[in-house]
Design a protein around this ligand. Structure first.
Ligand SMILES: Nc1ncnc2c1ncn2[C@@H]1O[C@H](COP(=O)(O)OP(=O)(O)OP(=O)(O)O)[C@@H](O)[C@H]1O
Ligand SMILES: [Mg+2]
Length: 254
């Protein structure tokens, strides 16, 4: 039985989909049988991050009871398995979120990892992902509004008896106003599993519909995501050789 890991933030827009899509690709490259699911049911956009063309069968058809989740599996050109969400308004009508747990558990039966992209906020969809996961990774930005919501995610996950692995701090830009690592650790009382710098190549990769680790595998955020993802599964990161200029740039943004 594979592990189900939900990526949740509380506050929206902090980088969950960016992290989960790239992490899934890294785990797949490390040889782990990985499935990534768009658990952001009301505003799904995982498929856009992964550059998936409109796929005829989606998680929404599963949640309407029309198909089995295995029929909604899209195989990405890299071999990664993806359960996309339906992006049309009609997709939203008549879904039953209570069908989600059984579907996700069935995916875990034949995989090493099921990664769930959580919804923004702390509504029913985000809570469902937290409830059914074995582990939660909390994504935050280094600011008070995100950390406040991250703390709520931690407490809610604990209420569900779901293990919280730690937090990933995204969009670090060394501004004076940013919370420090020590402040984040003392507020959340969690280990920091990853520190991802602000990187203009992230929006560029989304615009190009090529996930960052494939688009610019040596960019600062890409390297940080590869480190986090490899640590998550206890493996050494696969880092390509870099020019001296790239190494200096990465060191400066560490
Ligand atoms: N490290 C980064 N550097 C620069 N921009 C980033 C970084 N991470 C995320 N972004 C930008 O932040 C925006 C939101 O990212 P993303 O969609 O991954 O967040 P989210 O938490 O999944 O949002 P939502 O809660 O709406 O699902 C994107 O436009 C992305 O380009
Ligand atoms: Mg998202």
């Amino acid at each position: 039985m594979g592990r189900i890991i939900a990526f949740i933030s509380g506050k929206g827009g902090v980088g969950k989909t960016t992290l989960v899509s790239n992490t899934a690709l890294v785990l797949n490259k490390l040889g782990k049988n990985t499935i990534v699911v768009d658990g952001n049911v009301t505003t799904p956009n995982l498929s856009m991050h992964l550059g998936i063309p409109l796929y005829p069968i989606t998680l929404h058809d599963v949640l309407k009871g029309d198909v089995n989740i295995k029929e909604a599996t899209y195989i990405h050109p890299t071999g990664l398995k993806v359960i996309p969400g339906g992006i049309g308004i009609e997709d939203l009508k008549g879904m039953n979120l209570d069908l989600l747990p059984e579907s996700i558990f069935s995916l875990a039966e034949d995989s090493d990892f099921v990664l769930v992209d959580g919804a923004a906020g702390l509504g029913k969809e985000a809570l469902k992902s937290m409830e059914i996961a074995d582990d939660v990774v909390i994504i935050t930005n280094p600011d008070l509004p995100s950390i406040t919501e991250a703390l709520k995610v931690k407490k809610l996950s604990e209420e569900f008896n779901t293990n919280v692995m730690g937090t990933v701090v995204n969009r670090i830009n060394k501004r004076k106003t940013e919370l420090t690592d020590d402040e984040i650790k003392s507020i959340l009382e969690l280990p920091i599993l990853g520190k991802i710098p602000e990187d203009p190549l992230v929006p560029q990769s989304i615009h190009k519909k090529i996930p960052l680790v494939n688009h610019k595998s040596n960019s600062p955020a890409s390297i940080a995501i590869k480190r986090f993802s490899s640590n998550l599964v206890g493996e050494e990161p696969i880092l390509e050789s870099q020019s001296i200029f790239q190494r200096i740039a990465n060191w400066l943004t560490k």
